[in-house]
Design a binder for this molecule. Sequence first.
Ligand code: HEC
Length: 114
Amino acid sequence: MKIGRTLPALVFGGLVSFGLVLYATEDHPSALFKEYCAKCHGEDGTANTPKGKQLMAQDMTDPEFQAEKSDADLIKVVTNGGEDMPPFGKKLTKEQIEGLVKNDVRGFGKKKAK
Ligand code: HEC
């Protein structure tokens, strides 16, 4: 019977990819970014999503953008919102927002540079 071999292979394959997904979540972008930000900014930060395009969200891998803005600028926008960027000051803690800016937003800049 074929299924006797296929099923374990499927289960194993599933476990491996699940593990990879978990690993990636812990790394970059963070689970928090995926939950709250990726809808518009995309998991790769390029805002190549329907919502991101519609609102013309910032491409976070753009080195000019990374160079122009200070951490404090970005933390302010995420906390208070921008033109079309929703405010997260009430939804997330200061530490979470700081982490999102320093690890996730800045991380997209580093990814491109490599
Ligand atoms: C509803 C869509 C949407 C979501 C969700 C969203 N953003 Fe944005 N974001 C935008 C748009 C649109 C802009 C473009 C600038 C503006 O509107 O002020 C932006 C801009 C930004 C900027 C750049 C600000 C600047 O100074 O140019 C940062 C940083 C940012 N977002 C971070 C985040 C983080 C972190 C999250 C998740 C906590 C998030 N965004 C969630 C739509 C979104």
